[in-house]
Every structure is written in structure tokens, then in C-alpha cells.
Design a protein around this ligand. Structure first.
Ligand SMILES: [Zn+2]
Length: 400
């Protein structure tokens, strides 16, 4: 047994403990007991600073890791997406694999224990299988033309087979502006057969997406033209933001759905969406929003309306400088006066674990859970001062 003590322990189950002790069974790698100060004297390993549960990254694209630093910032989403197809061909398989491995290891070093990871293809699967991190893979489908729906579902089913095990994998639509109704329906049928109806979709990420759905105009019209697609042939503006179309296409209102980004989601959209679905989750990747659009979601509405359904993601290294949930938290904490550290930590840990259906193992520090413990090596005084100043970015989390 290891007995680990820290100045402050955030268990996510009750108030933080002062000088509490986590008793860990090394054989099972699980927490045996969460004990108050003074319960044990002998054999206690005292660490300065803070313990909290390991982080859950609900949205990543490991397979894009080699694009780090290759796409300029602040271009808006359309010009961000434009070079990706061409860039994908400019790297060797070895370069891609090296980048995937490094990104997976970077996440683990940053205290991330589980990831919801988008895969268009299967080239990240080998690393995900050998990783220390738990992965749920979302095989992503694309295609706005209704004729492409069937072939795309067939292609995605082949990617599914490369995962070998049917555990922790589902098919997902890329975004409202890139997936036809037929494709959306087709992939939901596959998920139902798999028994894994967890969906994820990029939502209201850019101004261009809003314009497209509201009035059929904006940068996406030109973008599709350059791909040889006349949007007016296959797409009709609805006069309402894309979220209304996305939710209308769900075949079951009890489906677990993660909406990712939500940069332009209004309070009205949020309240309406929450009323339609029983298992709706919202993911923020603020550093990617800043990278691409120089914009951030309006967090205060989400805090008021759905705090226990909010999770965090890093997006990919194509749109971020690092894969660190702590850095995403630091940005939100600094920019949002309405949020407390305890609440934000819930988004980064237990909420993500509940979304990925792994809260029996992760998300809190309690007896019976896996000993996935993040340590912030600091002092109580420095940590408390940082909380007051709403500036926590200087700390580097590490897994014990
Ligand atoms: Zn994404």
C-alpha cells in the first residue's frame, strides 16, 4: 500500500481535504481509502501541493498531430480547413506515426487519462491500443451530397473493423455543414447495431457556419464551389442556426450527444437544445477557438444552464499549441468571472468520465476508483494565491 498525502486534495466528492491521505493498493492500482489528516503516521509520502483526479479530454484528433504549426492562426474556420486535405499528402507515414506517438505521450504527461478521439482513418489505432490512456474512438463521417451517404457509411464500417474490438467506438458525423441527412441517419443505424450510440459533432464553431444555415451565404458557399460542389443543389438554408438541424436529425431523443465547440451558441439555442434531448453534453476547446477564430464561447450561459453537462477538449495539434486540459482550464478560468475552480475541475474530470461512460474508474478520487491522480507540485500558499488571482497557468500537472 502507498499512502499519499498532499496539502489539498480535490476528490470531486465533497469539500477539498486539507492534508488528507490517499491509500492506494499497488496491485490493483485502485484507491483503497480516502483518509482525513492524521489517520496514518507511518509510511506516509508527503507531497507539497495539490492532488486532483486525472483529466478527461473529450475531444481530440490524434491523427492530425503532424500538422502542428503548419496552419496559420486567426484565419477563420474555412481557411483553416482549406489546406488540410493537401497537407495530409505531404507527410510520410513515418512522420505521421512519430507525431501521433509524441502527442499521445504528451497528453499522458499532462495528466490526461482518457480521451474521446476523432478518427477519419485508422492510422492512430496502433498507438491508441498500446497507450497508457483510455480511448473512445469516434470514427468520423463526411459527405454533404446524399449520394455519398452509403459509400461513406461502408468506408467507416471498414475503419471500425480495424479497431478489432467493438468496445469504445462509434460512428459520428463531422459537422452540420459537411454531412447529409442520409449520412447522419445511416451512421446512427450502425451505432444502434454496435450498441454504442454515443454521438459527437462539431457545433456552431464559426461565423461562416451560422451564415450558411441562416441565409445560405458566407465563406462556405465559395469553399464548396472550389471543391466543385454547387451548394444550392444539395443544401437549403433553414433561417436558424445549425444546432436546430442537427437535433432534428437524431433518430432517438435519448441519444447521448456531444456538441463540440459551441463558440456561437446563444442562450436561446442552449435552452432550446437542453429541452429537446435527455442526454446532451457540451464540449469546449477554447484554445482551438482562439487559434482559428479569435473567439470564445459565452461560458456564463452554459454555467447557468448546464454545468453538470460541460466537458473539455483540446481539439488537435493542427489548431492548438499543446494537448493539455490544464491549459484549457487556465484560459477559461482567467476569462470567466462566473466560474469557480471546483466547478471547472468537474468539467475537466468527472463530467468527461460520465460522458465517456468510464466514471466507475475515473473522474473522482474515491475508494474503489483507479488511482489516476494528478499532482500539482507547488505550495498551499502559492496555489491559493493563484486561485484568487484567477491565474493557474504556471502550474504543471503530472500523473503520480
Ligand atoms: Zn475537432
Amino acid at each position: 500500500m502507498r499512502k499519499l498525502q498532499a496539502d489539498i486534495i480535490y476528490t470531486n466528492s465533497g469539500e477539498p481535504l486539507n492534508n488528507g491521505i490517499l491509500v492506494v493498493d499497488e496491485a490493483s492500482e485502485r484507491i483503497k481509502e480516502v483518509a482525513p489528516e492524521g489517520s496514518y503516521v507511518e509510511g506516509v509520502e508527503k507531497k507539497e501541493g495539490v492532488f486532483c483526479p486525472a483529466f478527461i479530454n473529450a475531444h481530440c484528433h490524434l491523427e492530425l498531430s503532424h500538422l502542428k504549426g503548419h496552419i496559420p492562426e486567426a484565419t477563420g474556420l474555412v481557411d483553416f480547413v482549406r489546406p488540410i486535405a493537401k497537407l495530409r499528402q505531404e507527410f510520410t507515414e513515418e512522420q505521421i506515426q512519430t507525431a501521433i506517438k509524441a502527442a499521445d505521450e504528451e497528453m499522458f504527461q499532462n495528466g490526461i487519462i482518457a480521451v474521446g478521439d476523432i478518427s477519419n482513418v485508422s492510422n492512430s489505432f496502433a498507438q491508441k491500443k498500446r497507450s497508457n490512456i483510455h480511448y473512445h474512438t469516434f470514427v468520423e463521417c463526411l459527405g454533404l451530397s446524399p449520394q455519398r451517404a452509403l459509400p461513406e457509411v461502408e468506408r467507416a464500417k471498414e475503419v471500425l473493423q480495424d479497431w478489432a474490438s467493438e468496445q469504445h467506438i462509434s460512428l459520428v458525423p463531422h459537422a452540420p455543414y459537411s454531412v447529409s441527412k442520409e449520412l447522419f441517419m445511416g451512421l446512427q443505424e450502425v451505432n444502434t447495431k454496435l450498441g454504442q450510440p454515443i454521438l459527437s459533432i462539431h457545433n456552431q464553431e464559426s461565423q461562416a457556419e451560422q451564415q450558411l444555415f441562416e441565409s445560405g451565404t458566407g465563406d462556405f458557399v465559395d469553399f464548396y464551389k472550389t471543391l466543385g460542389i454547387e451548394l444550392s443543389d444539395i443544401f437549403q438554408a433553414t433561417g436558424r442556426p445549425s444546432i436546430y438541424s442537427t437535433i432534428a436529425q437524431l433518430s432517438d431523443p435519448n441519444t447521448r450527444l456531444l456538441l463540440v465547440h459551441n463558440t456561437f451558441t446563444t442562450k436561446e439555442d442552449l435552452v432550446w437544445a437542453n429541452a429537446q434531448l435527455s442526454d446532451l453534453w457540451w464540449c469546449f476547446c477554447p484554445r482551438a477557438n482562439w487559434y482559428i477564430e479569435r473567439n470564445l464561447p459565452d461560458f456564463k450561459h452554459f454555467i447557468a444552464e448546464s454545468s453538470d453537462r460541460l466537458v473539455l477538449g483540446t481539439d488537435s495539434l493542427a489548431s492548438n499549441h499543446s494537448l493539455s486540459i490544464w491549459e484549457e482550464m487556465s484560459l477559461i478560468f482567467k476569462k470567466t468571472k462566473e466560474i469557480t475552480f471546483d466547478e471547472l475541475l468537474g468539467w475537466a474530470t468527472i463530467n468527461g468520465a460520465r460522458f465517456l461512460n468510464i466514471d466507475q474508474d475515473y473522474g473522482t478520487l474515491e475508494a474503489g476508483k483507479k488511482a489516476a491522480i494528478v499532482w500539482l507540485d507547488t505550495t498551499r500558499a502559492k496555489f491559493e494565491k493563484a486561485l484568487q488571482a484567477k491565474n493557474i497557468e504556471k502550474f504543471s500537472p503530472e500523473l503520480l
